[in-house]
Design a protein around this ligand. Structure first.
Ligand code: SAH
Ligand code: SF4
Ligand code: F3S
Length: 454
């Protein structure tokens, strides 16, 4: 029905554009949204300017995202004026925040569709209501008592070439005190392992070569399921699927990373020797205030254990600078921890106050310039370590998966090592999607540069 109604409203097959903000979870959701839209007879738009349906899939994790979104939505007004039959919609994590939704309702009357992450699978019905004349459809707030079913079997329009994300769980129960995710994404729910395995089998059969298992804390996978399964077991099940592919996963919470997990990683030959283990801080006092559930010492012990099981482990992390009440001494603890671990790469963030979270209530008068200075020192240190670790790879040969094009000097291709390091290569675009052996000839802070040896 939507197909005809869309055709009638637009006068031609509707062209859909989905713009994604935030983490890989949102990217995966957008792939489902696009899958649903194509099922309704839409075509992918070539650009936002010529789209008939525009959806922004938003992120709420940091404040500047909110400011940016509002100005971008403001710009959509002009597109809507030029093309009045166009449907403008907002969805994703920010739409689970009541104040944001109220502001949009008030300030942007041309936004006709607003929905949260938990009702994504009802998109066809929401669009149907709009097409039948409702002026605005809003379905938000994943409040207490609200059903959060896992919708299986949605069409997925994947966007990552030979790389695919596979969501194994939704939501988060950890309530780190700075973080909005548990509020906007709701309680943690795991998919049944047979559903995960079936999707992975289909991906392998379709030729995907790099599969990332996604969850906010994959290490707690399986909690609440009827079956007796944990993440280590799930890795083994996916690893048992025949085929030449790699398994990655994101993210591991250090409080739940166990020896069982490291042993499973070592045992599963398809599992990438990479772990993203966000440490957030190196100060026990701050870690406690963040409700992270581990100490710096415990984190370091885990890293040692992981490296014992997986000697060529690539280790990456997230760090927050400027958590309320962070002192110079706390910061130096963080700097010391990161220099001790020597992360292959680090994602560094300045603390962003999220109203509604416990940390937002902590008073803090640390000047912005002091926090910025800490941040700069951390970034400098992280870059130096990454560059050193990259330089140590020069002369080595890796089996890489060529996954896309690159524009880096005269390097044309991008590829990943098993550990997930970025490698730039010379070669023809026809090689995208294939494996190659690459000898590393040079490097910088962000990437390796290599030559294909066969
Ligand atoms: N579930 C993942 C992280 C998801 S959010 C985990 O716990 O490891 C990704 C990263 O954003 C976090 O690791 C954290 O470093 C950062 N982040 C989250 N909330 C933030 C905030 N309020 N201010 C600054 N950084 C934040
Ligand atoms: Fe946020 Fe913590 Fe959950 Fe990660 S584990 S999503 S940082 S609350
Ligand atoms: Fe952002 Fe939502 Fe992911 S808040 S980081 S898009 S879970």
């Amino acid at each position: 029905e939507n197909r005809q109604l869309l055709q009638h409203r637009m006068g031609h097959p509707a062209r859909a554009w989905v713009k994604t903000f935030g983490c890989q979870g949102n990217v995966a959701d957008s792939e489902k949204i696009m899958g649903l839209l194509l099922d309704m007879g839409c075509e992918p738009a070539v650009s936002e300017q010529e789209a008939d349906i525009i959806l922004y899939n938003t992120c709420a994790v940091r404040e500047n995202a909110e400011v940016r979104l509002m100005s971008m939505v403001g710009e959509l007004r002009r597109l809507k004026q030029k093309n009045p039959t166009m449907i403008v919609g907002l969805c994703g994590c920010m739409m689970q925040q009541e104040e944001v939704v109220q502001q949009i309702r008030r300030s942007y009357p041309f936004v006709e569709l607003i929905f949260g992450t938990h009702v994504l699978h009802t998109l066809p019905q929401m669009i149907n209501r709009l097409l039948k004349g409702e002026r605005r459809v809003v379905d938000c707030y994943e409040g207490e008592g609200r059903e959060n079913p896992i919708a299986e079997g949605l069409p997925i329009q994947r966007s990552g070439g030979v790389q695919a994300s596979l969501q194994i769980m939704y939501g988060c129960d950890n309530f780190c005190t700075y973080c909005i995710v548990p509020y906007v994404r709701g309680r943690e729910r795991s998919r049944r392992s047979e559903d995960v395995v079936r999707e992975a089998e289909a991906l392998v059969a379709a030729g995907y070569k790099d599969i990332t298992l996604l969850g906010q804390n994959v290490n707690s996978y399986g909690r609440g399921l009827d079956e007796d399964v944990d993440f280590a077991e799930l890795l083994r099940k996916v690893n048992a699927i025949p085929g030449d592919f790699r398994i990655r996963f994101m993210t591991s919470h250090p409080k739940d990373a166990t020896e069982r997990l490291f042993a499973a990683m070592a045992e599963c030959e398809k599992c990438a020797p990479h772990i993203h283990l966000p440490v957030q801080s190196g100060s026990d006092r701050i870690l406690r205030a963040m409700n992270r559930g581990y100490t710096a010492e415990k984190y370091l012990a885990q890293v040692d254990l992981a490296r014992k099981y997986i000697p060529d482990l690539v280790l990456t992390t997230d760090v927050i600078v400027g958590f309320p009440g962070e002192t110079e001494e706390d910061f130096l603890d963080t700097l010391a921890l990161t220099e001790k671990v020597r992360f292959d790469s680090m994602f560094t963030f300045i603390y962003s106050r999220r109203p509604g979270t416990p940390a937002a209530k902590i008073e803090d008068d640390t000047p912005r310039s002091v926090i910025q200075n800490r941040f700069d020192r951390l970034v400098e240190s992280a870059g130096r370590v990454s560059a050193e670790l990259h330089r140590a790879q020069e002369g080595k040969t890796f089996r890489v998966l060529i996954d896309g094009t690159a524009k880096n000097g005269d390097y044309t291709l991008s590829a990943r090592t098993a550990g997930g390091r970025l490698v730039h290569l010379h070669g023809d675009e026809s090689l995208i999607g294939s494996w190659a052996n690459a000898r590393i000839v040079s490097s910088n802070t962000f990437a390796l540069f290599g030559e294909i040896t066969e």
